[in-house]
Design a binder for this molecule. Structure first.
Ligand code: DX5
Ligand code: ZN
Length: 220
């Protein structure tokens, strides 16, 4: 499974989102954090902005919905052009119904788990999703440090996916950098979100390449 690097535009300049999407043209996806100030204590952007980002982005969009009532809102992100739509397990009323709806719309679908949310309830439902997002910080803000205690959850998820013979991606998000990406990859993650590490680098394309190489050396 190749290592994919998805820079988070939460660390971009919000007055220059088109320019900053242009800077990550060598990435695999652009990770877009949608926060509603209810599911998390922060507010970012919503559908009207997301629709425009999908029109101007050089890479496909990976929507991470940190919002209440994703059952209602998530399909509109697929409709707006998201290649991948990830909703939170803690917020969804009917995660299987929602995942099926997103796939029917032609998007990849992911289910996200806060650090304290166990993966076990989802291990029997792996055929219903394309990706599990294991949050490696509490969602809400960029620039936090990687929670090492999430590594066993990544490992258990990867073991279950391998045992089932499935091609489900595992994404990690939060505190991913040169100093943590190898441990996440070794545990079984293959999609790496990095906000401050990428946009804080002097040479953004070189940082993407470095992260991809470090993760790829531990690919499962
Ligand atoms: C946090 C967001 C992340 C954030 C990561 O809730 O989901 O995508 O941008 O930022 P870094 O990489 O700086 O931890
Ligand atoms: Zn995110």
């Amino acid at each position: 499974m190749p290592a994919l690097i998805n820079p988070s535009i939460l660390s971009a300049d919000f007055a220059n989102l088109e320019r900053d999407l242009g800077a990550i043209g060598t990435a695999d996806f652009a990770h877009v954090d949608v926060m509603d100030n209810h599911f998390v204590p922060n507010l970012t952007l919503g559908l009207p902005v997301f629709e425009r980002l999908a029109q101007v982005s050089p890479v496909p969009l990976d929507a991470h919905l940190m919002i209440e009532d994703p059952d209602r809102w998530a399909p509109q992100y697929a409709e707006a052009g998201a290649a991948s739509v990830t909703f939170h397990a803690e917020a969804a009323q009917a995660p299987v119904r929602l995942a099926r709806e997103l796939r029917r719309q032609g998007a990849r679908t992911g289910v996200a788990l806060r650090p304290a949310t166990p993966v076990e309830p989802f291990l029997d439902l792996l055929t219903e999703v394309d990706m599990i997002l294991v949050m490696t910080v509490e969602p809400g803000f960029g620039g936090q440090s990687f929670i090492e205690g999430t590594l066993p959850k990544i490992r258990r998820a990867r073991e279950a996916i391998s045992a089932a013979g499935l091609d489900v991606w595992i994404q990690v998000d939060g505190g991913v950098s040169r100093s943590t990406i190898e441990r996440a990859a070794e545990a079984g993650a293959n999609v790496f979100v990095a906000g401050s590490a990428v946009y804080g680098a002097d040479d953004v394309p070189a940082e993407i390449e470095t992260l991809r190489r470090l993760a790829g050396a531990h690919a499962h």
